[in-house]
Design a protein around this ligand. Structure first.
Ligand code: FES
Length: 209
């Protein structure tokens, strides 16, 4: 069953097809421990219009992923394990844009982890091909994804593959890495999504959004 995302601020923008089952599947591995998180939103209307949201991540365990919504789109916050972080550099040769040269992230997250802090990965959960929501697949070498799979995000619509830094692999129909939106840490366990600490995010102009 498919649903679609459409920005209320720009109804003519391209429609994002979102597979409802993939949302469930994507978060399903951790859903029992951390369900869809209710963030401290100013109001539904303000959030839909683009207001930043504040998310408490104090309960997030290593390896867990939560999904919040910002600008009507799903956003993932993944707390990566040391092992998951250690794998990322070994995947560079398999990525289309291993150094994150395309403007798909804040300048401050243009690093090997595509994040402000290595441990926490914050990213828009929309495939850059045609807008489905990929599945979170942290398992190593599962039968359906093959022996080379080191954990990542798999888009069920047309098979695009991303690593746990949202970098798309060669051979995927998706052209670009997952977009990393403006965010910052208000403190160790509180993330502000939708703006930088200075309030500016003029350097964020992703190709897909
Ligand atoms: S929408 Fe993800 S691969 Fe096509």
């Amino acid at each position: 069953m498919a649903a679609s995302f459409e920005s209320p601020a720009d109804p003519n923008r391209r429609r994002f097809l979102v597979t409802a089952t993939s949302v469930i599947g994507g978060a399903g591995i951790v859903a029992a421990a951390v369900p869809f998180v209710a963030s401290m939103e100013p109001s539904a209307r303000a959030v839909a219009a683009g207001a930043p949201i504040t998310v408490d991540i104090s309960k997030l365990e290593p390896g867990q992923l939560i999904t919040v919504k910002w600008r009507s789109r799903p956003v993932w916050i993944l707390r990566r394990t040391k092992k998951q972080l250690a794998i990322l550099p070994s995947l560079d040769a398999r990525c289309k844009d291993p150094k994150s040269l395309q403007p798909q992230q804040l300048a401050a997250t243009q690093n090997e982890y595509r994040s402000l802090l290595p441990e926490y990965f914050v990213v828009v959960a929309i495939c850059t091909h045609l807008g489905c929501v990929p599945n979170f697949r942290p398992d190593i070498a599962p039968p359906d994804l093959g022996p080379d799979w080191k954990g990542g995000f798999f888009c069920p619509c047309h098979g695009s593959r991303y690593d746990l830094a949202g970098r798309v692999f060669n051979g995927s129909p998706a052209p670009l890495n997952l977009p990393v939106m403006p965010y910052y840490f208000m403190d160790k366990t509180t993330v502000r999504i939708g703006e930088t600490k200075s309030g500016a995010h003029s350097n964020w102009r992703p190709e897909t959004w």
